[in-house]
Design a protein around this ligand. Structure first.
Ligand SMILES: *[C@@H]1O[C@H](CO)[C@@H](O)[C@H](O)[C@H]1NC(C)=O
Length: 225
């Protein structure tokens, strides 16, 4: 029996445990509860990823219950983090988007041409090919200082590219109330679904083939607030 326990431990990282979900927000340096400010994803339980970039789930990957979560107050210009339920062991980029709710974000579905990218983490390249940030269990970004005050959905995403031609999307949306802020006019704005398609070079390529010298980030350029 000892042997099978050891074998399970060795194999586990490549099986069930390799999935993850962004489930805790880190606000003002404090890690908040599971699904307290982030909408529970349809991948639960088991944190299964979405595999179709044109599916409705590409927006927030929300589960069908649409359980109401809390809205976190965050100051424009402050750091916000997203903790994953497991170490993120797959290679691929991270992106961060926001969308301003017409009024309250609580029941807003984020539809329309409303999403702008605030940040992204791509790959570096050298003679050995592409290098993505791997092994993280949390990613952080900063709420742009000039974003107008108000309630927003904030969308965090990790796109796993270990299977050529079959990206896996790990997505969560959180609810935030931005205070302070400015009179910036975020652009360009895109919709989800709409912003991505399977034939985008960032999804359709094979990151292990040859020696790529750059990785083409999916979606719109980052808004330089
Ligand atoms: C974070 O700090 C701000 C003050 O800068 C405060 O208004 C807000 O309630 C705090 N948010 C959370 C979720 O603790």
């Amino acid at each position: 029996m000892k042997l099978s326990v050891a074998a399970a431990l060795v194999l586990a990282p490549y099986g069930v445990l390799s999935h993850y979900a962004f489930w805790r927000m880190v606000v003002n340096g404090t890690t908040t509860g599971e699904w307290e400010y982030l909408r529970r994803t349809a991948g639960e339980p088991g944190s299964k990823p979405l595999e179709n970039p044109s599916a409705p789930g590409i927006r927030c990957y929300e589960d069908g219950s649409h359980k109401i979560v809390k809205t976190a107050t965050v100051a424009a210009g402050s750091k916000i983090g997203f903790k994953a339920s497991n170490t993120m062991g797959h290679p691929g980029p991270f992106t961060f988007y926001m969308a301003k709710a017409p009024t309250s974000v609580e029941r807003w579905d984020g539809s329309g041409n409303v999403w702008f990218k605030i940040d992204e983490i791509g790959a570096t390249a050298d003679n050995a090919g592409l290098h993505f940030k791997m092994g993280l269990s949390q990613v952080d970004t900063v709420i742009p200082r000039s974003v107008p005050a108000g309630e927003y959905l904030i969308r965090v995403e990790h796109i796993a590219l270990h299977k050529a031609g079959q990206p896996q999307f790990y997505i969560s949306c959180g609810q935030i109330r931005v205070t302070g802020g400015g009179s910036g006019n975020p652009s360009p704005k895109v919709s989800f679904p709409g912003a991505y398609k399977m034939s985008d070079p960032g999804f359709s390529g094979n990151i292990y083939k040859g020696t790529p010298t750059s990785y083409p980030m999916p979606g719109p350029p980052v808004w330089k607030g």
